[in-house]
Design a protein around this ligand. Structure first.
Ligand SMILES: *Cc1c(COP(=O)(O)O)cnc(C)c1O
Length: 359
């Protein structure tokens, strides 16, 4: 018997989404971003599903990349923030892991290292995000130092990240794109700019490698949009069950703080999921869940292990019925909008109490 709450991850949805992204960016290779436990979907099982199908995997931490190598993943791996310490460099060599270089400190560590083999480097250009990367003014000197460094494999690859690609009307993305192109025009090496929003909404930015994260999981990066608008299929179904149903009188409150009161006589359902599972405590009354083919609103405060929903006076739901918190029938994008966050945060923040099932 499967426990609940649980997150069911659809292998066929992941495969479908990757194929769909290949259609969207037919001349690009795909660096599937699987950082943060594959956005909460399970690092190793997702990578195993996509190994050899995606052209590489993007990660945020060396530990994540090592987990993939220890799990016998053979695809290209790229550390999107690069290495943090000089001791990391021999591990990059040993396990054939590409690194971003975004900061002078990394450049110095590379120059001073004694390595058995050169490391494959992606030089990060700050084209407007102003978080990581070298500015246009620093670029030429840094590029020359990388070319001169024996620990750096040639050619040096080129990467940047968009700040506003999820805003389809914001011209900032094209300004970033133009700056990146101008700086890198005459150079060898692969180019990578586009995250999911870039790949979906700014096709000219796709270039050699796209780096989709959220879209691979079937979710749109754009507010007010859903993955299915792009032929994507939600890969995660977050499910739990009704563990109690109770008649509830008009005017009665429910839950901690007793702040929601029923406007009419109704039936409340208690669902076995709460903030201890990663369902946000700040989900307001009215946030939908999906029960027996319809949207039903959360009422009252989300507790650690439970939340309550207003099933309505005519409800014929039963204890033991399935509850979908998000998935194909109830897009996580829609739930995120109610909660005032983004789908990325919801899927990434599930706690270990939620078991993942690949099917
Ligand atoms: C996380 C990340 C991505 C993926 O972003 P999505 O919006 O999930 O597609 C791509 N590139 C970099 C550098 C990242 O950090």
């Amino acid at each position: 018997m499967k426990p609940f709450p649980r997150a069911e991850i659809s292998v066929s949805a992941l495969q479908h989404n990757l194929a769909q992204l290949k259609l969207v960016a037919p001349t690009s290779r795909i660096m599937a971003v699987v950082k943060a436990n594959a956005y909460g979907h399970g690092l190793l099982p997702v990578a195993r599903t996509l190994d050899g199908v995606a052209d590489g995997f993007g990660l945020a931490r060396l530990e994540e990349a090592l987990k993939l190598r220890h799990g016998l993943i053979t695809s290209k791996l790229l550390l999107l923030e690069g290495f943090f310490r000089a001791e990391d460099l021999p591990l990059l060599v040993l396990h054939d892991i590409d690194t971003v270089v975004h900061h002078e400190s990394q450049l110095e560590m590379l120059e001073q290292a004694q390595l058995a083999k050169p490391v494959t480097v992606w030089l990060k250009i700050d084209s407007g995000m102003h978080r990581l990367g070298f500015t246009a003014a620093q670029f030429e000197a840094v590029y020359q130092r990388l070319l001169a460094c024996q620990n750096v494999a040639k050619p040096v690859h080129l990467i940047t990240h968009f700040a506003c690609a999820d805003e389809p009307d914001n011209p900032f993305t094209l300004a970033q794109y133009d700056q990146f192109c101008e700086l890198t025009q005459a150079l060898d090496g692969d180019r990578s700019l586009a995250n999911s929003a870039g790949a979906l909404y700014w096709p000219q930015t796709q270039r050699d490698w796209i780096r989709p994260g959220i879209a691979m999981y079937g979710v749109s990066p754009v507010t007010g949009d859903v993955g299915s608008n792009h032929g994507l299929v939600a890969a995660m179904e977050l499910k739990s069950r009704l563990i109690a149903i109770r008649d509830h009188k008009a005017g009665d409150s429910v839950g901690y703080g007793a702040y929601w009161r029923a406007p009419q006589d109704t039936r409340l359902g208690v669902v076995a999921i709460g903030y201890g599972d990663g369902y946000p405590r700040n989900a307001p009354s009215g946030t939908p869940v999906w029960i027996n083919g319809r949207r039903v609103p959360i009422v009252g405060r989300v507790s650690m292990d439970m939340l309550t929903v207003d099933l309505g006076p005519a409800s014929s739901d039963n204890v033991g019925d399935d509850v979908l918190l998000w998935g194909q029938a109830l897009p996580v994008e829609e739930v995120a909008e109610h909660i005032g966050t983004i789908a990325y945060e919801l899927v990434t923040k599930l706690t270990p109490r939620v078991s993942l099932f690949f099917e």
